[in-house]
Design a protein around this ligand. Structure first.
Ligand code: FES
Length: 357
């Protein structure tokens, strides 16, 4: 487990202040949080301070971040000493964080640790050439490709002592290196290569097109079969039961009129008799009274009021005034409508007393 102590006083700088560019950046980070929550920017600010200080976090930088955020020094120290992403001692040009948690350990991290111990010495010390320092850390979240190590900002996976040694040589020499798996594995697929989902038609769209066509064909076939079956069923029903399809329940019986012109015509009689015209012209059968003039509007009103007075319903309100509005509930106790009577509840007859009672 990593030693999480501050570097000795001899290695601590006398002061720390953000550069003007980083101070501006820090200000932007702090503004992301609401008033009173500026402490939430502690990790970004510590990270920037570490970056500015050559990859490690001196005590003065921790104090500067605490002052910037208005936090007690000890609170920022707690954060800085908890997360191994903050180096508390000077580091080499390439800082190796080797994962030693169970998945990596069971895949060979112990051998890697031995290799680093042999090549660089104990963790937390910079190599003589200033190129490397290393630290064992907890899971870095790349367990699928264990064992692995983070070197500066990048992950290197599927390591063996030989692969790690070559990687370190290339880094020190400034040669290009491969980030990620060192055995050519793509992402976190199986070590021998992908053995599932290997059919290219899964990804080129043709598989989807084939499935869609299959569904469309099935649907078309099904529609055709359903249509034929429905037609055959209707024909069969019509042959067995020639009744009209409309249901007669709830309808008035539709009987043909006893003596209608159409029936007379059908039975060979004269459709319209002379009596029909006479019936139609009978003034007693008509509601119109041609010799009597239609009453005027004032006459109709006077007649209606007289009928209302006779029935005792004539209004004594002055004309041309709106009728009174119903009282609003709670507006005036005087105007309140009479309370409805409570419905009487039938009393349950008392249970007859028994000898036990
Ligand atoms: S255990 Fe090593 S990355 Fe998770």
């Amino acid at each position: 487990m990593a030693n999480r102590r501050l570097a000795p006083a001899s290695e601590q700088p006398a002061s720390f202040a953000f550069s003007s560019e980083n101070a501006e950046w820090a200000k932007g980070q702090i503004e992301k949080y609401p008033e009173g929550r500026q402490a939430s920017a502690v990790i970004p600010l510590l990270w920037k301070a570490q970056e500015q200080n050559g990859g490690w976090l001196p005590q003065k930088a921790i104090e500067a971040v605490a002052a910037e955020l208005g936090m007690p020094h000890i609170r920022v120290l707690e954060v800085a000493t908890f997360y191994t992403m903050f180096a508390l001692e000077p580091v080499g040009r390439f800082w190796i964080q080797l994962c030693g948690t169970v998945p990596c350990d069971s895949c060979g991290a112990r051998e890697l640790k031995g290799y680093l111990q042999d090549r660089l010495g104990p963790p937390g010390h910079v190599s003589a050439d200033g190129n490397f320092s290393w630290l064992e850390v907890e899971c870095l979240g790349a367990c699928c490709n264990a064992p692995m190590a983070q070197i500066n900002q990048d992950y290197y996976e599927d390591l063996t002592p030989d692969l790690l040694g070559k990687l370190m040589d290339d880094l020190a020499a400034g040669r290009p290196v491969t980030i990620g798996s060192q055995v050519g594995r793509t992402s976190s697929e199986p070590k021998g290569g992908a053995d599932t989902l290997t059919d290219e038609t899964l990804f080129d769209g043709s598989r989807v097109g084939a499935w869609r066509k299959r569904f469309e064909d099935q649907a078309a076939k099904s529609d055709d079969a359903d249509g034929k079956a429905e037609a055959a069923s209707s024909e069969q029903r019509a042959a067995n039961d020639p009744k009209p399809a409309k249901p007669d329940s709830g309808r008035a019986a539709e009987k043909p009129p006893a003596d209608a012109p159409a029936q007379r015509a059908a039975s060979g009689e004269i459709p319209v008799k002379s009596g029909d015209a006479a019936d139609a012209a009978d003034p007693k059968e008509s509601t119109a009274q041609p010799n009597k003039p239609a009453p005027s509007a004032p006459e109709i009103i006077a007649k209606a009021e007289a009928a209302g007075a006779e029935a005792g319903t004539q209004s004594d309100l002055p004309r041309n005034e709106p009728p009174p509005q119903p009282a609003v509930s709670g507006a005036s106790p005087d105007a309140a409508a009479p309370k409805p009577k409570k419905p009487s509840v039938a009393k349950t007859p008392a249970a007859p007393k028994t000898e036990e009672n």
